[in-house]
Design a binder for this molecule. Structure first.
Ligand code: ATP
Length: 502
């Protein structure tokens, strides 16, 4: 698994998907650049999300707010006071960890133990009743009790910012450093994750501003602007794609956790009391959206949050089966009226909606869906990377990227660089290139060119040969099956467009 992940990272660089930032200066930790193929894939993911949100829902509109916001925004949102990660250092390995993640690791181990018991029992009994077993089996009940107890303690410690208690939990559970295996820790300390800088020319505290750590606040502060100018009626949503910045202390795992990343967020404004219904609605919608992509439905699962963020009433993740295991891909949060009410308080401006049906004004409740664009990119890249052994004994590396997301939809390959084949190829490409992103290549043997297209995930290769000049047909080669068929040039466009749309 580890090796596979390394190969994916190396492949991403070799084929122009992802480069370390400022690589000639040895890179910058947890910051990455998207190369020529990566930028296309990323744009296609954005489009896939943006279209789903704003085209398929006539009550959702999109905005593009600035990264800089008035500094009071982050007081109101709670990020100045509560956006802290509790960190602990191991004195032996010199490694720094998030204290809550160490504790969650402990809980995950207990959950795995429960699953093992369930699996064992399921094999032993006919008509196995999973729920009944979990509720009654002595060992499982013990594990569950322990999980609840640890969760409760952690929730309280995180909620009150009690770092002495966080340390005590780690000690009580005898959690050891996953690398050195020792328990020689420092105390737990909190670090705020926001980047700050100064605006204007005076570098005093009054001019301190932050790079936004989430895009959501740009939506909240514009809630009334959009509602009024767009004549939006509740329930309605505002969608946004944009950069966010977090000074992640433990930044590892490639583009999974970056210091500069992009989010695709949607805030859905609802009538108070209806948030439960809409929370369930968006959970289900978002899960189906992911699964429609075709990376395999079993690679996604829900994970309910037990430790809620400062703004949340209910929250869950959609996790994806990344190379390092199931991890958060998207968060779905029921944020109540926390943000809008808080902005009312700090700004002194009313952020209420007048409901003409009920003839009353209220501050709406919010259900949020928030997916990391880069994490989604990683899910697509890692899942589509395949090292294959072919029937003739040779190897190939192929990116089985879903066709609608592929950086190039079709490669145009004249078999030879003579006899008018390049000219014919150019004519075909001119006909296709406004609808489909084409890649043109005339160098090297055709087999080699196919392999290069496999490696960047191009779903179709069109080969122009001498027969093309006679009967206006070409071969189309399918990336996944490697099968070729002869197709008339006039049928190419509609055939390819069909195959490359969702
Ligand atoms: P985590 O627990 O992994 O730190 P989070 O719960 O803090 O994530 P949210 O604040 O809910 O994340 O942000 C919403 C989404 O933004 C996440 O589901 C994730 O896809 C993405 N995201 C958050 N932090 C990062 C990061 N440092 N790098 C890349 N994507 C991120």
């Amino acid at each position: 698994e580890d090796n596979l992940f390394k190969n994916v990272i190396a492949h991403a660089k070799e084929y122009g998907f992802i480069f370390p930032s400022s690589e000639i200066y040895d890179g910058l930790s947890a910051v990455y650049d998207y190369g020529q193929n990566g930028a296309e894939l990323k744009n296609n993911i954005k489009e896939y999300w943006w279209k789903f949100m704003t085209l398929l829902h006539d009550n959702i509109v999109g905005i593009d707010a600035a990264i800089f916001m008035h500094p009071t925004t982050w007081k109101a949102s709670g990020h100045v006071d509560a956006f802290n990660d509790p960190m602990i250092d191991n004195k032996d390995s010199k490694k720094r960890y998030r204290a809550d993640q160490l504790i969650e690791g402990y809980i995950e181990k207990l959950e795995e133990k429960i699953e093992k018991e369930v699996e064992k029992a399921a094999k032993r009994f006919e008509n196995f009743d999973r729920d009944m077993f979990i509720a009654t089996n002595g060992r499982v009940v013990e594990y569950k009790k322990k999980i609840d107890e640890v969760n409760e303690r952690m929730k309280n410690a995180m909620g009150s910012g009690d770092m002495v208690e966080m340390k005590k939990i780690i000690d009580d559970l005898e959690i050891a450093d996953p690398i050195s295996g020792t328990r020689n820790w420092t105390e737990v300390r909190q670090f705020n994750l926001m980047f700050s800088t100064e605006i204007g020319s005076l570098a005093d505290d009054a001019n301190k501003i932050y790079l936004r750590p989430e895009t959501a606040q740009g939506i909240f502060v514009n809630f009334l602007n959009v509602q009024k100018t767009g004549r939006m009626k509740i329930p309605f949503g505002i969608a946004q794609i944009g950069k966010a910045f977090r000074n992640e202390i433990v930044a590892r795992q490639f583009i999974f956790r970056m210091r500069e990343f992009e989010q695709m967020e949607m805030q859905f404004f609802v009538k108070p009391g209806e948030e439960g219904k809409w929370y369930e609605y968006w959970k289900e919608k978002r899960m189906r959206w992911h699964q429609t992509l075709g990376l395999g439905a079993a690679n996604y699962r829900f994970h309910d949050h037990l430790n809620l963020a400062h703004y949340a009433k209910a929250a869950c993740d959609i996790q994806f089966n990344f190379p390092m295991g199931f991890r958060e891909l998207e968060g779905i949060h029921s944020r109540s009226d926390f943000d809008l009410k808080s902005h009312e308080k700090f700004s002194g401006k009313k952020l209420q909606y007048f409901d003409s049906e009920d003839n009353q004004s209220y501050v709406p409740y919010v259900v949020e869906t928030s997916v990391g664009l880069d994490r989604m990119f990683l899910s697509v890249l890692a899942n589509s990377y395949k090292e294959e052994k072919l029937e003739d004994g040779s190897d190939r590396v192929v990116l089985r990227i879903p066709a609608p997301l592929a950086p190039h939809k079709v490669a145009i390959l004249p078999l030879m660089k003579k006899d008018g084949l390049p000219e014919k190829a150019a004519e075909i490409m001119n006909d296709l290139k406004y609808d489909l992103r084409c890649f043109y290549e005339e160098k090297d043997a055709i087999g080699k060119r196919y392999r290069r297209q496999d490696a960047i995930g191009t779903p179709y290769c069109i080969t122009i040969d001498h027969q093309t000049l006679e009967d206006n047909t070409v071969t189309i080669r399918d990336r996944d099956t490697m099968k070729q068929e002869r197709v008339h040039v006039k049928d190419l466009r509609s055939k390819l467009i069909d195959a490359c749309s969702i």
